[in-house]
Design a protein around this ligand. Structure first.
Ligand code: GDP
Length: 372
């Protein structure tokens, strides 16, 4: 069943996100509803089921795969009596943990405050409830208002700070002059940093977690005497919190201003086609979809498929397709130069390098048409 498969994929990804944030997942709960409950997102029976499980197994947190409205969050915490994280909060947390530069930290802080602002009352009600005892009055509306004002001030301060850094970065980009700029784009964890390392011989942090790359890194790369700049950008991910889409604008500026996009795909991942779509969607949104692009299908060393027996009459699914067969599908007909590599074993590197060289050269020549 296709729906079930999708659901498992989404839950796998959520579990991976949780793992990246430092949590271990004990149990998954799913529910089919024609539309989410406006008050509690899930139905009350399901909430009860979760509550019982959580009590029995001493669970610390319940994570939801969607962004919950402030009131849904509040109602659910009251009902299940446990700390609740939604997907947005989880992703913000990961970004916060991993922000390396002051720019990234500022962006994350801004996004966190934007997330927090409409949810402030929730925190206060909690405090009130925890204090409990007679004569311990909880903070009143005025205090919440004061708090909101402080946060709003902080938000505008952070926005100003970002504007200043944005300008500095734009100047830096201008100063890079006429050197051709290529940007690695691709879903998170597909191997962009690994490829960057392999091409530039530098050490960029690479690990098997989501969003290992938070900050943009720019390296000079030389292929066959032809120098160009290579940018490693933040991973794209499905359902990226809107607060982050907005605040990570500058990361995407690198992509927007690149001359060539190198779109890296993890072909060993079962939903790699969805990943491609989600990246293309973002590229469209920032109006970078018409740039020259190279498709790099990575991790061929890890590619596997279930070969069907000759007499197996069940219809072939995506799981039965070999790499050679994939190449005959839309992949082979792509309007972009396409290459299959392993960033780990460096298989097909010469072919990829030649491809990048050719594309960079084309751009170079279009800029300096009279140079021989
Ligand atoms: P990024 O998020 O796109 O920058 O991905 P990373 O470069 O951090 O890589 C994510 C994980 O995939 C790491 O554990 C890498 O070691 C692994 N990886 C990268 N390239 C390959 C490859 O060609 N084959 C295999 N098997 N793993 C790879």
């Amino acid at each position: 069943n296709q729906d079930e498969e999708k659901l498992t994929e989404y839950m796998d990804e959520l579990e991976f996100l949780a793992f990246t944030a430092g949590a271990t997942v004990q149990k998954r709960f799913t529910q089919k509803l024609t539309q989410p409950d406006s008050k509690t997102f899930i139905g009350s029976g399901k909430a009860q089921e979760i509550k019982e499980y959580v009590k029995e197994h001493e669970i610390g947190t319940v994570i939801f795969d969607d962004e919950l409205s402030p009131s849904q969050l509040k109602n659910l915490e009251r009902e299940i009596e446990i700390k609740i994280l939604d997907r947005t909060n989880l992703i913000l947390d990961i970004f916060a943990q991993r922000a390396q530069t002051s720019y990234a930290r500022t962006q994350v802080e801004l996004a966190q405050y934007q997330y927090l602002l409409p949810r402030l009352t929730r925190m206060w009600t909690h405090l009130e409830r925890q204090k409990g005892g007679i004569g311990m009055r909880g903070p009143g509306e005025t205090e919440i208002e004061t708090d909101r004002r402080i946060i709003r001030d902080r938000i505008s301060l952070l926005k100003d700070k970002l504007k200043t850094i944005d300008k500095q970065m734009a100047t830096q980009r201008n100063n890079r002059g006429k050197v051709v700029r290529a940007a690695l784009v691709g879903y998170t964890n597909v191997g962009k940093s690994t490829l960057m390392n392999a091409l530039s011989k530098s050490e960029v942090f690479a690990e098997n977690k989501l969003f290992a790359t938070l900050d943009t890194t720019v390296r000079k790369v030389v292929i066959g005497n032809l120098p160009f700049l290579l940018t490693d950008t933040v991973g794209f991910i499905r359902k990226l919190p809107t607060q982050l889409v907005e605040s990570f604008k500058s990361t995407l500026d690198e992509v927007r201003e690149a001359d060539l996009l190198i779109h890296v795909v993890d072909i060993s991942h079962e939903s790699f086609e969805d990943h491609i779509e989600s990246v293309n969607h973002t590229l469209m949104e920032i109006n970078a979809h018409q740039k020259p692009m190279i498709m790099v299908f990575n991790k061929i060393d890890d590619f596997s498929y279930e070969k069907k027996d000759e007499d197996d009459l069940t219809p072939a699914t995506r799981k039965n397709i070999s790499l050679e067969e994939w190449k005959k599908t839309w992949m082979g007909k792509s309007k972009y130069p396409t290459v299959f590599i392993s960033a780990l074993t460096k298989e097909n590197f010469p072919e990829m390098k030649k491809m990048i060289y050719d594309e960079v050269m084309k751009i170079h020549i279009s800029r300096f048409p009279y140079n021989d």
